[in-house]
Design a protein around this ligand. Structure first.
Ligand code: NAP
Length: 282
């Protein structure tokens, strides 16, 4: 049976490290500040934003929350981003996605000052990740890397397969695995022989958004399996991996909940701390 990777424990360790560094930074007169923008009333987004506020308080950050009505115009949203870009006490800006359909994710992301883009979604930061010269790592993929490291796995020369090619998870995930010397294959909805490709993976990262998509026959014995998926099945949160069957075959596996989810917020805290340090030459 596989080692169950405890995302809550790894996340706690990252947040404790951030809290300790924040204390030291405050002694130099700098308090990291994060602004979170929420447009509309999506219940899942409300939960994520609440958790982010809570995490900020726990590590000793200053935070601001902007809740805008669902009929906010692009011009109003852009104006808020401009205001936050110029605000000295705010080091990181995050606009919770998805936005209501009449608003453009792309426009908001491009408007955030890249130095304050703690989600690492701005094209300048995406480019920096590509060439391996980055200020921030994208939160979810960076969290996955921490979880893989926590198992003691050295990625050098290993075959890593990423299921999914979104800009938020799949693509940056592949890039981080590549930087860690993995031999990386990215699969998507048009991939042929998907099962066979997965069966060759030493590290399998699933970010598809389909409950129990990864079945036991897709997993190599001894593989490290990371489940990014967050799906609802009969009202219950579950991942992209058929956990009960796959855990009998993998050497290590993340559960859902309690795996990748807690890491995303921890890495956001890490990025906000980095932003505050860089903006204050601390
Ligand atoms: P997304 O934008 O919907 O991307 C899904 C990807 O899966 C796409 O690249 C798609 O391929 C691929 N795909 C869909 N069906 C497939 C199939 N049958 N075979 C192979 N590939 C297939 O989703 P996302 O934003 O990357 O998120 C993925 C999952 O991670 C979701 O469950 C989301 O909720 C979760 N998530 C979790 C966290 C966290 O903190 N734990 C953070 C972000 C996302 P095409 O490109 O060809 O369409």
């Amino acid at each position: 049976m596989a080692q169950i990777i405890d995302g809550k424990a790894v996340s706690r360790a990252v947040r404790a490290r951030v809290a300790q560094e924040t204390l030291a930074l405050k002694e130099q007169g700098v308090t990291p500040g994060l602004a979170v923008i929420l447009v509309g009333e999506d219940p899942a987004s409300q939960v994520y934003v609440r958790n982010k506020e809570k995490a900020c308080a726990e590590v000793g950050f200053y935070s601001e929350k902007y809740t805008l009505p669902a009929d906010t115009t692009q011009a109003q949203l852009n104006a808020l981003v401009d205001e936050l870009n110029g605000k000295k006490e705010i080091n990181g800006i995050l606009c919770q996605l998805p936005l209501p359909p009449h608003l453009s994710d792309k426009e908001v992301i491009a408007r955030i000052d890249p130095a304050k883009d703690v989600d690492a979604f701005h094209p300048e930061n995406v480019g920096a990740i590509m060439i391996g010269d980055y200020r921030f790592l994208p939160c979810t993929p960076a969290g996955v890397m921490e979880l893989i490291r926590s198992t003691g796995t050295d990625l050098t020369g290993k075959r890593a397969v990423v299921l999914g090619r979104s800009n938020i998870v799949g693509k940056p995930m592949a890039m981080l695995l590549l930087h860690a010397n993995g031999t990386v294959t990215v699969c998507h909805s048009k991939t042929k022989n998907l099962k066979e490709i997965c069966r060759n993976a030493d590290i399998l990262v699933a970010a598809v958004g389909k409950a129990k998509f990864v079945t036991e026959d897709m997993v190599k014995p001894g593989a490290v399996v990371i489940d990014v998926g967050m799906n609802r099945e009969n009202g219950k949160l579950c991942g992209d991996v058929d956990f009960d069957a796959v855990k009998e075959k993998a050497s290590a596996i993340t559960p859902v909940p309690g795996g990748v989810g807690p890491m995303t917020i921890a890495m956001l805290m890490q990025n906000t701390l980095t932003a505050a340090k860089r903006q204050n030459n601390a």
